[in-house]
Design a protein around this ligand. Structure first.
Ligand code: NAG
Ligand code: NAG
Length: 432
């Protein structure tokens, strides 16, 4: 439906544009929103992302605690807002199947936590979006995605009211080697909240290609090797060099991952083989945590990256230069405010999938502000996808990655960064 609406939109001319804008303005009270859209539709080509030749390299922040990373396209290097026309957070951005410079964005509809009673319905919503005056904006209706509720009934004791939860939460949307998928939290059949996976093409109007795979046509719970946590969160999947799919359910203080089967079941825990090596590397590069108020956990999906440039004709992927990339976050909670510092992690694409490197210092997304006292903007990175259509899972240093992040648990923003820049200050596990 998204595609059809978009095509129709593209054909609309003259008075119809005005009518359309009037009807949209009924939905969006911000006049800026409408005005900028007028500019875009009247053809001053605001859809093409602004480009600059000078590439801003990442650099250490003034107090040398972080590496600041910059947008590959915006004039000032700062992150951009994502506007759904309402409060939506924890965004995911994937390229549109058919149209250049167009993306599908998906996030969780914000509901007032003060009215957050048990049994509240949670919605993941999405739209087709383009850049308009430097903002990634929905250009069709924002609509709930058809995630199916799961029965659950496994929440016991103090948290039994979670059984009343309806709807998916914290969805991730990402590309695999062939097609997009989604992982989301919902009432579990094995624990209170489980993690489910589904073919994302089933959720939007995505034209199937012939000979395509048909895994996960229905939402299916991922059954990790035990023990389960009561609330399972933040799983990601990765594909190894043979395109075998694995699920990675923990990163810290120990990793946890296993082969994922088509029915949601998993093979044996594989991380025990690498635990000693990986433990040393995690201890070496990540901050030491105090007993409370801080934690480190998985945040995004995974990408495959070859550490040379696509533009370089001699660049050939092999085990010695190709890794799985993901982002984990160091969470702190002080003065009633959560903050997150992202670290990039690379691990091997072949068994036993041990760690290869971790950012020595966390990344500072350009535009994140300091406030009074120790407080800074809360930016929770949820997704990392290749910006361009057709790259799917496997990219190179000179490809651009779209990071999506929630802002203060209420709004959405993103930044497009050269993949090579994400690897700034990478500490290798083998480094002496
Ligand atoms: C350095 O910046 C970080 C990030 O904002 C902040 O938490 C820390 O307090 C700063 N340190 C100093 C010495 O200013
Ligand atoms: C879309 O982008 C690709 C890669 O940059 C380009 O080859 C192609 O011509 C573009 N298609 C259109 C319709 O602009």
């Amino acid at each position: 439906m998204i595609v059809r609406d978009l095509k129709r939109l593209a054909l609309v001319v003259g008075p119809l544009v005005v009518l359309l804008l009037l009807s949209i303005s009924l939905w969006h009270s911000h006049t800026d929103y409408v005005r900028s859209r007028v500019g875009a539709l009247l053809g001053n080509d605001a859809n093409a992302p602004p480009s600059t030749d000078s590439h801003r390299k990442p650099k250490l922040t003034a107090n040398e605690t972080h590496y600041e990373i910059y947008s590959a396209s915006s004039a000032d290097g700062r992150f951009f807002d994502i506007q759904f026309g309402r409060n939506v957070f924890n965004p995911n951005i994937i390229p549109h199947q058919k149209i250049n410079n167009t993306w599908i964005v998906v996030g969780q509809l914000w509901t007032d936590p003060n009215s957050n009673k048990p049994g509240n319905e949670v919605y993941e919503v999405g739209c087709v979006a383009q850049f308009i005056n430097g903002v990634l904006m929905c250009i069709d209706y924002v609509h709930p995605l058809p995630y199916e509720p799961s029965p659950g009934g496994k929440c016991e004791g103090e948290i039994s009211f979670y059984n009343l939860n309806v709807g998916p939460h914290d969805a991730r949307v990402f590309f695999g080697p062939q097609n997009p998928l989604t992982i989301y939290g919902s009432n579990g059949g094995h624990t209170c909240f489980g993690q489910f996976i589904r073919d994302f093409r089933k959720m939007v109007d995505w034209e199937y290609e012939l000979m395509t795979n048909t895994d996960f046509e229905k939402g299916i719970e991922i059954v990790r090797p035990p023990p389960f946590a009561v609330l399972e969160k933040n799983y990601f999947v990765f594909w190894d060099k043979d395109n075998e799919m694995h699920v990675h359910y923990d990163s810290y203080p120990e990793r946890g991952y296993a082969k994922l089967e088509r029915d949601g079941s998993t093979g044996p825990e594989l991380a025990t083989k690498t635990a000693e090596h990986d433990g040393k590397c995690l201890q070496r590069y990540l901050p030491k945590l105090p007993p409370k108020d801080e934690s480190i956990h998985q945040a995004t999906n995974s990408l495959k990256i070859t550490l040379c440039n696509r533009a370089d004709k001699t660049c050939e992927p092999h085990d010695g230069n190709t890794y799985i990339l993901t982002i984990i976050q160091h969470k702190t909670y002080y003065e009633y405010h959560s903050e997150y510092d992202p670290y990039v992690v690379l691990f091997q694409q072949r068994a036993p999938y041990e760690l290869y490197g971790i950012s020595k210092k966390p990344l500072w997304i350009s535009g994140r502000k300091h406030h009074k006292g120790r407080r800074t903007d809360m930016m929770y990175v949820t997704s990392a996808n290749w910006k361009d259509r057709g790259v799917n899972y496997h990219g190179y240093l000179d490809d651009v990655v779209f990071l999506g992040f929630g802002f203060e648990d209420r709004n959405s923003a993103g930044i497009d960064v050269r993949a090579g820049d994400l690897l700034v200050g990478l500490g290798l596990c083998e480094e002496p």
